[in-house]
Design a binder for this molecule. Structure first.
Ligand code: SRM
Ligand code: SF4
Length: 569
């Protein structure tokens, strides 16, 4: 419980941290395998999470051994854009300092797992040598800005790319602590040297909680724009930017059985003119900074403020920060989600290729050496990777004459051809969960492949194998793989059990609802089988699975499940 006016411990820590320095330099040098609690909390602002190997923890404890402490390091890559040289540098970091894998996140960046404290400084330095920062990849600040991934060479995509970079740069904390601690004062990627240490935007206490920005166009909502604290929808007419609809207060984290916490999609608040983008985005950040709950971190996201105070209030606040009135949001066309996988033309004579990556884990596995294949292709053909919010990867700037050789290299490394991946596998997402995530209640990434195998079998039974369907799996209700925004969400409930969510839409404009609260992991495929059967029999023309579940509603779906259970017994 929070006493009115009382701030949380993290607020005190931020305030006393001297612009995010705290005791990190001393902690780094103390020879211990892990940072203390204050270090743990401050590290996040530097893009680092301290955790431990959960697989071995219990057994080690029983044997009187300490946990295996490990760090996760997250980069900040606006719009997921990397040059070939940067990708190769990241690839080398994965092998030299992490667990030999690169993990594409649902926010278009790369994470490394398994870094040890003794090599943390070298890891961060190696990333920065490739001009990749980790500053503000996590923490109570604006995180990685996401945008439409397709490298189409037209005015619309060029503008989105540029806007994502400008937003990211404009909203970076001004602290020099990052390069003092990790880079011995050297120039850092993403940090503006000419900005004073005084942080006009973040002050000394930063934001009450994390803050996310997504930038989309209605024609391509692959970033799930409405799940962001600030969802920006750019509106173009004949390739000319008209301005941006600002939707505020999206966010998915919740706690089971705590109805005061809930997922929410951002709601439209104002229309912003092209020249006002950066100031207006900063105004939304200031709104969160000044009015967000600093006493209860479970109630501190912008979404609670918008849900409680309303869009009119938010609009008036933004107008006060900006000193001008804002238009009401404009009508937007229906959202679409574009499939970027496979070969596509960029529009400048070059090609790009989208490759599926199961739960974003770029790794070599028996029979499929994706990690090696990507390294070889990127270094041989110089193609620049782009990371997708669907945890997949695009290789851009490919000369058409190299297409056959790239296909051949992929085949040679056993990488499954895009055309052979079913839509359900292609669109599934899974968060890391066990063994790295300290908050996981269940598996997610490690059960994704077997679960999708089983689901494919059920879909095939009903003639639905070519159906476009998104299944999103998370190990807890925090929602890192956006499980409440797709057709089907499986949300870790307790070890071996998931909450089943259905009824969201593919385009990310409607949240799903909880259909079954505690479903045993091994009962998931057969439960979906019943719903797929119903869908195959009684869907309307052109209706997606999420839309179908939404139309039928919880009651009808539950009675179908009950009827099927009676038949089986
Ligand atoms: Fe997340 C916390 C992984 C996207 C909501 N998230 C975590 C941590 C850092 C666990 C922790 O706090 O100890 C996870 C690290 C696991 C590990 O082992 O690496 C983690 N989140 C991820 C990633 C890697 C999942 C993935 O499969 O890719 C994504 C990294 C994104 C990035 O590059 O920045 C990731 N997290 C998301 C998203 C989706 C999105 O942003 O599009 C959400 C839902 C949207 C939202 O923010 O509400 C999300 N993560 C959370 C929350 C719930 C926040 C809340 O408001 O309650 C937490 C827990 C927290 O912050 O306390 C969390
Ligand atoms: Fe961890 Fe939960 Fe996020 Fe999965 S959803 S990565 S289990 S915090």
């Amino acid at each position: 419980m929070t006493i009115a006016g009382q701030v949380s411990k993290v607020e005190v820590l931020k305030k006393e941290s001297r612009a995010l320095r705290g005791g990190l330099a001393e902690g780094l040098a103390d020879g211990r395998p892990a940072f203390d609690e204050d270090g743990y909390n401050l590290l996040k602002f530097h893009g680092i999470y301290q955790g431990y190997d959960r697989d071995s923890a219990t057994e080690r404890k029983q044997s009187g051994l300490d946990k295996i402490h490990q760090l996760m390091v997250r980069t900040r890559l606006p719009g997921g854009r990397l040059s070939a040289a940067q990708y190769l540098a990241l690839d080398a970091v994965a092998d030299r300092y992490a667990n030999g894998t690169l993990r594409i996140t649902t926010r278009q960046t790369i994470q490394f797992h398994g870094v040890v404290k003794a090599e943390l400084k070298q890891t961060i330095a190696a990333l920065n040598r490739a001009l990749v920062t980790t500053l503000a990849a996590c923490g109570d600040v604006v995180r990685n800005v996401t945008t439409v991934p397709a490298p189409i060479r037209d005015a619309v995509h060029a503008r989105l790319d540029e806007d994502a970079r400008r937003l990211s740069q404009h909203l970076l904390p001004a602290t020099r602590a990052y390069h003092e601690i990790w880079l011995d004062g050297e120039q850092v990627a993403g940090v503006q040297e000419d900005r004073p240490e005084e942080d006009a935007l973040y002050g000394t206490t930063y934001l009450p909680r994390k803050f996310k920005i997504g930038l989309a166009i209605p024609e391509d909502n692959s970033v799930d724009v409405l799940t962001n604290d600030l969802g920006i929808v750019a509106l173009f007419e004949d390739g000319v930017l008209q301005g941006y609809n600002f939707a505020l207060g999206g966010g998915l984290g919740m706690t089971h059985n705590k109805p005061k916490t809930f997922p929410r999609l951002a709601t439209p608040v104002a229309f912003v003119a092209p020249d006002d983008l950066l100031d207006a985005a900063a105004a939304v950040v200031r709104l969160h900074r000044d009015h967000g709950d600093r006493g209860n971190r479970k109630h501190a996201r912008l979404k609670y403020l918008i849900a409680e105070r309303g869009e009119e209030w938010a609009k008036a606040q933004l107008e006060a920060y900006l000193g001008k009135t804002l238009e009401y949001p404009r009508e937007v066309p229906r959202f679409e989600v574009v499939d970027h996988l496979g070969w596509h033309e960029q529009g400048d004579g070059l090609l790009y290729l989208g490759l599926p990556v199961a739960s974003g884990r770029i790794a070599d596995r028996p029979g499929e050496s994706l990690h090696t294949a990507l390294r070889e292709i990127v270094s041989r053909f110089g193609c620049d990777p782009i990371l997708l919010p669907s945890q997949d990867i695009l290789l851009s700037n490919i000369a058409p004459e190299n297409r056959a050789a790239i296909d051949e290299a992929l085949r040679g490394h056993g990488v499954i051809a895009v055309g052979d991946v079913t839509p359900v596998r292609r669109w599934s997402l899974a968060c890391p969960a066990l063994p790295t995530c300290g908050l996981a209640l269940t598996e997610a990434e490690r059960i994704q492949t077997p679960l999708i195998d089983a689901v494919e079998e059920r879909l095939a039974r009903h003639g639905l194998i070519d159906e476009r369907l998104s299944i999103r799996i998370t190990g807890c209700p925090n929602g890192c793989a956006r499980p409440y925004a797709g057709d089907v969400g499986l949300v870790g409930r307790m070890p071996g059990f998931f909450a089943l969510y259905v009824g969201g839409d593919f385009a990310g404009t409607r949240l799903s609802f909880n259909l079954v609260d505690k479903l045993a992991e091994n009962a998931v495929p057969d439960t979906l089988d019943v719903l797929f059967g119903l869908f195959a029999d009684s869907r309307e023309a052109g209706e997606g699975f999420g839309d179908f579940c939404h139309r039928l509603g919880r009651g009808a779906l539950l009675s179908a499940l009950a009827q099927s259970a009676r038949k089986a017994s």
